[in-house]
Design a protein around this ligand. Sequence first.
Ligand SMILES: *[C@@H]1O[C@H](CO)[C@@H](O)[C@H](O)[C@H]1NC(C)=O
Ligand SMILES: *[C@@H]1O[C@H](CO)[C@@H](O)[C@H](O)[C@H]1NC(C)=O
Ligand SMILES: *[C@@H]1O[C@H](CO)[C@@H](O)[C@H](O)[C@H]1NC(C)=O
Ligand SMILES: [Zn+2]
Length: 653
Amino acid sequence: MSCTYSVRRFVKKYKWTILIAVLIMAALVAVLVYFLALAHAKDPTIEEEELNAYNLILSINEKMEKNLNRKTLAEWAYASNLTKANLDHNLAVSTEVANFQKEIWRQVNQYNWQQFSDYSLRRQFWYYSVIGEPALPEAKYKMLTKLVSDMESIYSTAKICELNNPNKCDLALEPDLTNIMATSNDEKELKHVWIEWRNSVGPKCKDSYKSYVELSNESARLNNFTDQGEFWLKDYEDPNIKEQIQGLWEQLRPLYLQIHAYVRFKLREKFGDLISEKGPIPAHLLGNMWGQTWDNIAERTLPYPDVETIDYTAAMLKQNYTPIKIFKTAEQFFKSINLTEMPETFWKNSILEKPADRELICHASAWDFYDQKDFRIKQCTDVTYEQMNTAHHEMGHIEYFLQYKDQPVPFRNGANDGFHEAVGDCISLSFETTKHLKKIGLISSASQDSKTVLNNLYRVGLAKIAFLPFGYLMDLWRWDVFSGKTTPDNYNCKWWELREKYQGLEPPVDRSEEDFDPAAKYHIIADVPYLRYFISFVVQFQFHRALCEKAGQYEPNNAKKPLHECDIYENTEAGNALKKMLSMGSSRPWPDAMEAITGQRKMDASGLLEYFKPLQEWLEAENKKNGVFIGWEKTKRVCVRNRQELKTGASDE
Ligand SMILES: *[C@@H]1O[C@H](CO)[C@@H](O)[C@H](O)[C@H]1NC(C)=O
Ligand SMILES: *[C@@H]1O[C@H](CO)[C@@H](O)[C@H](O)[C@H]1NC(C)=O
Ligand SMILES: *[C@@H]1O[C@H](CO)[C@@H](O)[C@H](O)[C@H]1NC(C)=O
Ligand SMILES: [Zn+2]
């Protein structure tokens, strides 16, 4: 009480003195702030530095274009013709270019570029300030490049023998093994191919892979990252990217469990007790060498087997599709929505069929040669419906290259790598509707009834939903390998632990650490991060939903316009929206690109869930009706240190 009273009295008595004191203090603060701001904004050295930097970046970009062109040409020469001479040339050129990149890196890091006022300039400097492998000393850089090239060569030239003909040993992954996995109903043959493919690649790559991990980590540390796994995540520009991905997977897992349970139930009808009722599914029975997509077994497990066949490969063969016709078909779709047609050089320089006169890397890929003219696809195209999708996928990459070709070199990238993978797939989501397949004559009969549509949605689900856990675990495995949490003496068993945990799959035979099954997958030995595919499988449905809304083909809660029946073919409004996003390249962080096309700034699984809603409801009801177990119990397969241990144990081999 008395305190309050005395303060009041004090204030009343010195009213004017206090007011003046406060005013003087405020003025002093204002002057101080003004000078601080002035010193910061008008620092003449920074301004001058920024002006210099602007000229520097122009000349760097010009030289970088030429260097990347040279490097890519040498890489192409090797990848499309695996000879010693081409490898040596490729190593020599990439070492020179790495040397150049390191030089640029040093120059750029002398600038206080973080303080530049121009956003685009700052961002270009940021890209040049982290270079990855070229940071290594020259000898080590060369060693790392050679390790990867050698593993690619082992993978791409591996051959195995036929099951019933041990003297016929020229079966290659593409097209022979891929086709056997996709079409054979002979469990013994599938198992043979599955095991022999892994025998012919895995053990040969193990030592190289160990050295590859060490050198990659060394390069990551030179770039100030703790390990290569962390380095891979930098372009997502988000410290919480791992948590976000895990959140997306948790949203999608219930849908995966339904399709997994249904497929296991249907396969048991076919293979009986080779598949346990409640266990993981043996990985060799899913139509694909890695069990990553399952659409090749669609016809054998259809929800409504009695309605119209959806053997689209048979339809393509009947209609005399060729590799060129497949790519022309894909191009037609892109053109119809006002995207760019393939330039003449594309048709001239691409490899669209497997050549017979040399060994090459058949794994499909799309190439930007950084001269704004030369863009190519290399694909050992076989006339199958799966390859039709691959053609759309690869052409989506070329379309991205074409739209951002006029950006400065550092921005000639996807908004993030997942975006790059999503373009062609997003187009496929329209292409693969029964509506569109009827339009191009792949489905002939008039039926557009709900059973045909559901059969088709199921087939798409076997490609898209089944892939999700695989897309996730590839890098879950590698993050732990790079961080050292997983060591070389448990590479393989850790791999199978993840395959079981996320995919609910098991190997057809017991495994050991003498096997090295991850290496039997291209992206592992070829040093290609994989999280991009998981992201792509989520965002492509966000893109699709946004484009379909623009095209007036989809409305939420309108049963007449469901997302899975939307086809944006010939809709230029949708195409222009896509084009605008693609042309941004990586000039802005990906949420800006996401916003440009969808209006939202986050990755979000609701597009995918919306698309598959009718399938999810059908699967839930069907599984319930059949009393199918959802999820899986622990596998009975074992994974041990040495093969020797398997011989004494209870193995059924
Ligand atoms: C493959 O490369 C070799 C050089 O190592 C060259 O002599 C040969 O002509 C190339 N083959 C083709 C088909 O380009
Ligand atoms: C790399 O660049 C340095 C100069 O920056 C040069 O001395 C060296 O010879 C170059 N090495 C190669 C392989 O070009
Ligand atoms: C291999 O031979 C067995 C027994 O003769 C036969 O049942 C099977 O169909 C053959 N498999 C292949 C792939 O030729
Ligand atoms: Zn791709």
